[in-house]
Design a protein around this ligand. Structure first.
Ligand SMILES: *Cc1c(COP(=O)(O)O)cnc(C)c1O
Length: 370
């Protein structure tokens, strides 16, 4: 019996990658916005249909810089979600800003937009929302609220690469969107990330920010860090982009197979098929409520593990319960997020996952039902 991991990175053929990096042995130009970096950036601007893309060495630094570029007041409050990866909340706190946690909705796990306005104070300066599992946030309502109160909007779109809503790219919403190209994501550059935006005045700022604040040849304009994507990462991205459509189609087949087994099981909850959304099939989360299904999320996870199948409590724990924050946030204020985080499991999903594997995974799950 083969082991099935929860994820497996997409990679081009070995020969294709070697061919792509061959030039680097000619140029000896390995980083600092070289030819591959420029090429990938241009290709992504086209693919994601957005005026500007800035590439980063990882998604987290991309998000930190995107927030920093908004020039928000020190100590300002940012309305955000605790149902996310550590990165989202950390990027806010590491910028000297204060996360104010908004609950999520129980249907698609994105921010519950009906709860945002009651959290706004005179210190609120921005909204950082997450397209969880590739589910698109209620971007219209977030946009309306942001305009009404003069707030910046930054999307953590780490899960939403290539997703469109009403035909518009997920990269086009808010003041900026961050993507992660980490090895585990739908599209990877080994590690990597990007900020997408349309404001021309941010181009130079973000480019300087990821390069120590160096502006031109001799001027260091501010105290920036180092977060540049290198040429080997960009080469991996160029190769993986050639196979992106195929990777997403294969994921789609796996997701459809999962749905065929699990969609009619009333005792569990699946992520919805969102209206007007073209998905990237990034994750397959399932919510197991012990009171309905008879087995808890942890029991299902253990049973899968015994059968050599990986699954992930994603996202658990909520970021507003992290030891790092020493109990300063009241988790009872985000009850839906708490409920989901205690019951959700993401099942294996990657382009090479076979339909037989999906069948086997679903069999093990259904055996847990009492
Ligand atoms: C992966 C991820 C990040 C961070 O991206 P890295 O490229 O790993 O730094 C941020 N937010 C979410 C929701 C993610 O899934």
């Amino acid at each position: 019996m083969n082991t099935i991991l929860v994820t497996r990175s997409s990679m081009p053929d070995y020969e294709e990658y070697c061919e792509e990096i061959k030039d680097l042995w000619e140029s000896h130009w390995l980083t600092n916005m070289g030819v591959k970096h420029q090429q990938l950036q241009t290709e992504l601007e086209k693919l994601l249909d957005v005026p500007h893309v800035t590439l980063y060495t990882n998604g987290h630094l991309a998000l930190e810089n995107a927030i920093a570029a908004m020039n928000l007041p020190n100590g300002g409050e940012i309305i955000t979600t605790p149902f996310t990866f550590a990165s989202t909340t950390h990027a806010i706190v590491r910028n000297g800003l204060k996360p104010v946690f908004c609950d999520i909705n129980a249907e698609d796990f994105t921010m519950d937009v009906t709860k945002i306005e009651s959290l706004i104070t005179d210190k609120t300066c921005a909204i950082v929302s997450v397209h969880v599992y590739g589910n698109i946030c209620n971007v219209e309502e977030i946009d309306r609220i942001a305009k009404k109160y003069g707030l910046k909007v930054i999307y953590d779109a780490a899960h939403a690469f290539g997703v469109t809503y009403k035909g518009k790219s997920s990269a086009s919403f808010g003041d900026a969107s961050m993507f992660s190209f980490h090895a585990t994501k739908v599209f990877n550059t080994i590690e990597g990330g990007a900020v997408c935006f349309s404001d021309d005045s941010l181009v130079q700022l973000l480019n300087d920010m990821k390069n120590f604040g160096i502006h031109g040849r001799e001027e260091v304009a501010f105290i920036g860090g180092n977060a540049k994507m290198n040429e080997f990462q960009a080469a991996m991205g160029i190769c993986n982009l050639r196979h992106l459509d195929e990777a997403i189609s294969k994921r789609k087949l796996a997701v459809e197979r999962y749905r065929s087994h699990l969609e009619n099981v009333e005792e569990i909850q699946l992520s919805p098929i969102q209206k007007n959304v073209e998905s990237n099939y990034a994750y397959f989360p399932v919510v197991f409520d012990e009171k309905k299904f008879g087995a808890s999320r942890n029991e299902v996870m253990d049973e899968l593990a015994e059968n050599g199948i990986g699954a992930r409590k994603y996202f658990y724990p909520l970021t507003n319960t992290f030891a790092a924050f020493h109990g300063q946030y009241d988790v009872s204020k985000t009850p839906v997020a708490l409920y989901i985080s205690k019951r959700v499991l993401t099942l294996p999903l990657y382009e090479d996952l076979t339909l037989d594997d999906v069948d086997r995974i679903c069999q093990v799950i259904m055996k847990c039902k009492k």
